[in-house]
Design a protein around this ligand. Structure first.
Ligand code: AMP
Length: 453
């Protein structure tokens, strides 16, 4: 079943004065929730809220397809809070699962804001630190649990969670949860919670595997969607640069950051090593107002860094995809994809960090010859061609070191082989007969000792 979609973007007050403005007061919400919304300064429900809130309030299972930045968290939280209304008993009546601790914390923060004028109690359960405090919080009595599946199950199996009262279950960012291998844990959870409950599943994208999960998990769901599958947020202006190598990427980044309009920037890298190198470079050469988060950073460092970035005390945050999951910061001016993500849907999540809730943002992607292949796939997924800009004249184009060149050629060969299994591989041919044609690069002649790097 699919409901008829209302207009795509939040109503623009100046757009058509004739049309009635949607309002939070149209929803069947209580005064406490409406006051919280008013205090947050939210004037108009976003499209996913306009669609999902009435469906959830009416008790349906809902499959919501919406990216981060569309207001999807409140789209399920507002009706959920309305349904469980006030503190009652000891055991949770609602549980929300999310793939990462950052997202769990972000959802927890949104619960705290929206439930501010109620007495509802919530706890966040996530790994990366000892469970003692979390167990104590659960034991005090709780109405809403926000959790990563692994930690939730650990605490349940240790006998600290009673699930008999559970009435509502939400899976947020289900696509990411599947990518991160959480499905076996989610299935185990489904076995231990009451069958009669309301289920909500939210996902930024709708690959077949999420569709299959929704068939398994939801009962007669109503599907609601705010953008076609993986359509990049419409408020984000995207562009890309073709860059020959890592060092030139660094130079380009340095050049872009000279522009003060880039005042709140997230730089995404594919690996922890790149994240560390990029952040050291920025700190040394461009702006001391930079920090890095990735999986090797301790929980406290990550929390403090996020807090600083949210407060606006940091200009640049360098992050890997996993660490950045759930980052919720409004008005990020620019997202820079220092590397092209190879989990393509991460691109949508990354650029969803800018242009949030109708602020115009810009997403800039750096693309080496070996990454062009992946970027083309991303363009296919988002059904958009991202305009390519020439490298600015001020950017110093570095020669590609021999090792990096070899690694890229190897990658390009692997990509060609993936597309055409008969492809023999230029890289290996080249090795046999190094004509110099295949690596049109001075660095090859200069060939430093490859051992050095
Ligand atoms: P989400 O898509 O849930 O990650 O939300 C993105 C951001 O938009 C969060 O910072 C929310 O607090 C904010 N937000 C959610 N709903 C609204 C709304 N109706 N008006 C303005 N901001 C909103």
């Amino acid at each position: 079943m699919t409901e008829t979609p209302p207009p795509e973007m939040p109503a623009d007050p100046s757009a058509s004065p004739a049309e009635p403005q949607p309002s939070f007061a149209d929803f069947d919400l209580n005064r406490q929730l409406l006051n919280a919304v008013a205090e947050l300064g939210w004037q108009v429900p976003t499209p996913i809220q306009q669609r999902a809130v009435p469906l959830v309030l009416a008790g349906h299972d809902v499959l919501g397809i919406a990216q981060t930045g569309t207001g999807k968290t409140a789209a399920y939280l507002l009706p959920l809070l309305m349904k469980i209304k006030y503190a009652q008993g000891e055991s949770p009546r609602a549980v929300i699962f999310a793939p990462t601790r950052e997202l769990v914390m972000q959802i927890g923060a949104e619960v705290a804001k929206l439930a501010k004028f109620t007495d509802l109690r919530h706890v966040c359960l996530y790994g990366g630190l000892g469970p003692k405090t979390q167990i104590e919080a659960v034991q005090k009595g709780v109405d809403i649990v926000v959790a990563t599946p692994g930690r939730f199950m650990d605490i349940y199996l240790a006998g600290h969670l009673r699930l008999k009262e559970l009435k509502i279950m939400v899976l947020d960012e289900a696509d990411k949860m599947m990518d991160m291998g959480f499905m076996p844990q989610v299935r185990r959870i489904l076995e231990v919670i009451p069958r009669k409950r309301q289920n909500l599943l939210f996902s930024a994208t709708m690959p077949d595997k999420v569709l299959r999960l929704s068939e398994e998990f939801l009962e007669f769901p109503l599907r609601t969607e705010v953008a076609p599958q993986a359509t990049a947020a419409q408020t984000v202006d995207q562009l890309c640069y073709l860059v020959p190598n890592f060092k030139t990427k660094i130079n380009l980044l340095g050049h872009l950051l000279e522009n003060e309009q880039l005042n709140r920037v997230i730089v995404f890298t594919r690996t922890k090593e790149h994240a560390d190198n990029v952040s050291k470079f920025i700190g040394r050469k461009i702006d001391k107002s930079v920090r890095v988060i990735h999986a090797n950073k301790g929980q406290n460092t990550r929390i403090n860094t996020m807090a600083e970035f949210k407060e606006g005390d940091l200009r640049v945050l360098v992050a890997t995809d996993v660490a950045a999951r759930g980052i919720d910061v409004n008005q990020v001016s620019h997202v820079i994809n220092f590397d092209v993500p190879i989990i393509y849907e991460d691109y949508v999540h990354r650029i969803g960090r800018t242009g949030r809730a109708s602020h115009l943002g810009q997403a800039i992607t750096f693309c080496t010859p070996a990454e062009v292949y992946h970027f083309a796939k991303i363009e296919k997924i988002i059904r958009q061609t991202v305009p390519q800009q020439p490298l600015p004249a001020q950017v110093n184009v570095e020669e590609t070191p021999f090792d990096e060149q070899q690694a890229m050629l190897r990658e390009i060969d692997a990509q060609k082989r993936r597309e055409n299994p008969d492809f023999k591989g230029a890289f290996h041919e080249k090795k046999k007969a190094p004509s110099g044609k295949r690596i049109p690069n001075k660095a090859k002649k200069k060939r430093p000792s490859p051992r050095k790097s």
